[in-house]
Design a protein around this ligand. Structure first.
Ligand code: HEM
Ligand SMILES: [Ca+2]
Length: 296
């Protein structure tokens, strides 16, 4: 079972090494903090938090990177590689890639002004990945509230965890292809905001698909509760975002987080710890990869 002190004697420098690489990466490009946080989510929802997402495709191995939610979208693997090199330099063969990702996700949130918490570690790395799991388990931005709730429930996460973890969309960017239908065809959106986003995202698919817009219109590189304030103002960028405040069961929780950043931070931390507990490989299961991109 995972614990916060797992590396305290085997690699006391691990936490500091991860933090320092994350801090310089985020200083260089603040969006990287968002990208790393998302990697942890996309890892944990497929076979648990086992580093499966980090494995590269080869001619004889299909990984998760080209699955629908990841293809052309996930980023930050070079930073994970750099962290792994730094950690291998101080204690070779000790710290898993799955743990590197869990710690880096926390450090990314902290680097952008969010809450801090003690990360549970002791995960080992998978030798397998699941392309179909990545396609089926990670919610698409077209999801409605019921679908979002059931995809989180399938991972042992509650609707409250789902709403709190979605506050991650207070940082980072999304591509036009993922919010086009919401800003052109839907009515649960502030019309001024829809117009603003339409100007950077052409209406026809195939044109401007990869144009970026911030998930939080005001402060996409600061981790606070603005995401929920946006939802209350009908300024959620993704269809799935606005589903959390669209006349359904989660409206009161969104309003609560919009009014209390400390309540959001507390529930976000609880959700991150719960998500980090999804099906870890422990004991003799899995391995400690030397290179996060391939099994040993
Ligand atoms: C609730 C269901 C969720 C859906 C439907 C969803 C969907 C998406 C989509 C479509 C994007 C934009 C990707 C692109 O356009 O390339 C995105 C970005 C992002 N997501 Fe989520 N997400 C969800 C939950 C989460 C959770 C639980 C986390 C973290 C704990 C998270 C963290 C992020 C971050 C930080 C970004 C920005 C990444 C960057 O700028 O590189 N999301 N999400
Ligand atoms: Ca995984």
């Amino acid at each position: 079972q995972l614990s916060t002190g797992f590396y305290s004697s085997s690699c006391p420098g691990a936490l500091g090494a991860v933090a320092s690489v994350v801090q310089s990466a985020v200083a260089k490009e603040p969006r990287m903090g968002a990208s790393i946080l998302r990697l942890f989510f996309h890892d944990c929802f497929v076979q648990g938090c086992d580093g499966s997402l980090l494995l590269d495709d080869t001619p004889s191995f299909q990984g998760e990177k080209t699955a629908m939610p990841n293809n052309g979208s996930v980023r930050g693997f070079e930073v994970i590689d750099a962290i792994k090199v730094a950690v291998e330099n101080i204690c070779p063969g000790v710290v898993s890639c799955a743990d590197v990702l869990a710690i880096a996700a926390r450090d990314s949130v902290v680097a952008l002004g969010g809450p801090n918490w003690a990360v549970k570690v002791g995960r080992r790395d998978s030798t397998t990945a699941s392309f179909s799991g990545a396609n089926n388990n990670i919610p698409p931005p077209t999801s409605g509230l019921a679908n979002l709730t059931s995809l989180f429930a399938a991972q042992g996460l509650s609707q409250k965890d789902m709403v709190a973890l979605s506050g991650s969309h207070t940082i980072g960017q999304a591509r036009c292809t993922n919010f086009r239908a919401h800003i052109y065809n839907e009515t649960d959106i502030d019309s001024g905001f829809a117009g603003t986003r339409q100007s950077g995202c052409p209406p026809n698919s195939g044109s401007g698909d990869n144009n970026l817009a911030p998930l939080d219109l005001q402060t996409p590189i600061a981790f606070e509760n603005n995401y929920y304030k946006n939802l209350v103002a009908k300024k959620g960028l993704l269809h799935s975002d606005q589903e959390l405040f669209n006349g359904g069961a989660t409206d009161p929780l969104v309003q609560y987080y919009a009014s209390s950043q400390s309540a959001f931070f507390a529930d976000f931390v609880a959700g991150m710890i719960k998500m980090g507990d999804i099906s870890p490989l422990i004991g003799n299961n899995g391995e400690i990869r030397k290179n996060c991109r391939k099994s040993n």
